[in-house]
Design a binder for this molecule. Structure first.
Ligand code: HEC
Length: 201
């Protein structure tokens, strides 16, 4: 049975009422027809999230690459698992890179620039990634660009801090988080950024 939104309905409570007490009227101000949630046109929230992750390019940095003659391609066995923790830091002249430019490793997961070295984090639902995160933590991390989505923790470094994902709506970020929960968990501890060598004098 469908009711129009805004329709005022009055029910009389019968269960639990004793015989000598008159039934208390319970007023429901809004009874809406049960509507299918809007997942951006997708069947499920996770499918919407997958679409957003794809078009927002999260894989570009969070999924390690395999090099092919035609250039780097995503290593699907390591989907969204971040910079491989066992991979050594990039072997470059950091002083020169920090003062003159920007370097990214062939995996596309670690970046050297004036901020030091940053490593793309593991976003898979493993304990070493986002497995213990709440949805609120994820939304907070992106909106405020802070590590692990914990208030007061360190700011996220470039290139993450530059990403326009912070302009997404909460519902879109929640969809991304729902998708991340469905990705294969990969054990790979997220590496903390290294301070710039130029600042260490
Ligand atoms: C251009 C590269 C790049 C892109 C694109 C990118 N990220 Fe990141 N992301 C990083 C790097 C590097 C870090 C680590 C930053 C740090 O440690 O300060 C990071 C960190 C994060 C963190 C924090 C993880 C933690 O442990 O605190 C989250 C969450 C995150 N990214 C989600 C996303 C999502 C979702 C997308 C797509 C909408 C995305 N990123 C796109 C490079 C990128």
């Amino acid at each position: 049975m469908l009711f129009n939104t805004g329709m005022v309905l009055t029910f009389f409570c019968c269960t639990g009422c004793s015989n000598d007490k008159p039934a208390e009227p319970v007023t429901a101000t809004t009874v809406a027809a049960v509507e299918k949630p809007d997942f951006g046109g997708y069947e499920t929230q996770a499918q919407w999230g997958e679409h957003l992750v794809t078009i927002a390019g999260c894989n570009d940095c969070h999924t390690p690459k395999k090099m092919t003659p035609m250039g780097p391609v995503d290593d699907s066995s390591l989907l969204l698992s971040g910079h491989p923790e066992k991979m050594p830091p990039p072997d470059v002249d950091r002083k020169q890179m920090e003062s003159k430019g920007l370097v990214v490793t062939a995996t596309f997961t670690s970046w050297v620039g004036p901020w030091g070295i940053s490593y793309a984090a593991n976003l898979t639902p493993d304990q070493s990634g986002t497995g213990t995160w709440t949805e609120d933590q994820f939304v907070y991390a992106i909106k405020n660009m802070v590590s692990k989505g914990l208030p007061g923790s360190r700011p996220l470094m470039p290139p993450m801090s530059m990403m326009p994902v912070k302009h997404m709506k909460d519902a879109e970020l929640r969809a991304i988080f729902a998708y991340l929960k469905t990705v294969k968990p990969v054990s790979n501890h997220s590496i903390q950024p290294a301070a710039p060598v130029l600042a260490s004098k």
